[in-house]
Design a protein around this ligand. Structure first.
Ligand code: MF3
Ligand code: CO
Length: 236
């Protein structure tokens, strides 16, 4: 898993360098796919339930599962990149949301709050805690910043399959759900909206957007629960 997750981290790092006004999201997808294939890995999302691309690229009010297209990024956009890789029998999955050029103060605050919520959740992924301790930490922080967390989509166990038990909600009361044990691997992925928490699916069957069309950010890491605490696998 560390190996597949490392490839995910490397692709994200590579894509980051290419984010600029004027680039088409499809170009980012092509870059990622060739990088993944060159590393001898397979893009995990391509063909998953018919998903047509290697990366989910979601701009502004798009929450997740945006489909790469010839549309170009513009200065002031926020863009989330979600990447999954299959390598030697194991999956890795991670996402980041990045500014395109200069962005204003409010979207900046949304990005840093979502990333911090993810890290506060990861800190709770330790042996002996309960699953919803992760969820509560994420929700508590995101809402304390005045934002809302998406309810309809959740994180997940990950390993030999992309999506395994348990589901990892980004909301809930602490102290519930299964006890976390050594060796568990989870994809923790808060989706945080500037406005309300509700989301709707567009007619393309994939793109999920905020119902009120407010901005949304998404950060995700694949982590492992170990004797030495939680380890982020999708980090360089
Ligand atoms: N990271 C997302 C997830 O965990 C995206 C995968 S869905 C796909 O579900 F269909 F786009 F591949
Ligand atoms: Co995921």
């Amino acid at each position: 898993m560390a190996e597949s997750c490392r490839i995910v981290a490397e692709v994200l790092e590579g894509i980051k360098q290419n984010i600029a006004p004027g680039i088409a999201t499809k170009e980012l997808d092509e870059f990622a796919e060739s990088f993944i294939v060159q590393r001898g890995a397979r893009p995990a999302f391509k063909g998953y339930k018919g998903y047509p691309a290697s990366v989910c690229i979601s701009v502004n009010e798009q929450v997740v599962h945006g489909i790469p297209s010839p549309a170009k990024l513009k200065e002031g956009d926020i863009v989330s990149l979600d990447i999954g890789v299959y390598y030697k029998g194991f999956y890795g999955d991670a996402a980041i949301t990045l500014p395109v050029g200069n962005i204003s103060a409010e979207p900046k605050r949304l990005l840093s709050a979502t990333e911090k919520a993810l890290h506060l959740g990861i800190e709770k992924a330790v042996i002996g805690n309960r699953l919803s301790d992760i969820s509560a930490a994420i929700q508590g922080y995101a809402e304390s910043e005045g934002f809302s967390v998406v309810r309809q989509l959740v994180g997940h166990g990950i390993g030999r399959e992309l999506h395994e038990e348990p589901q990892v909600p980004n909301f809930g009361r602490p102290g519930q759900g299964p006890e976390l044990r050594e060796g568990m691997t989870l994809a923790i992925e808060p989706m945080v909206n500037a406005g309300g928490w509700e989301v709707v699916l567009l007619n393309d069957g994939w793109t999920t957007v905020t119902k009120d069309r407010s901005l949304s950010a998404h950060f995700e890491h694949t982590i492992a629960v170990t004797k030495n605490g939680s380890i982020i696998l999708t980090k360089l």
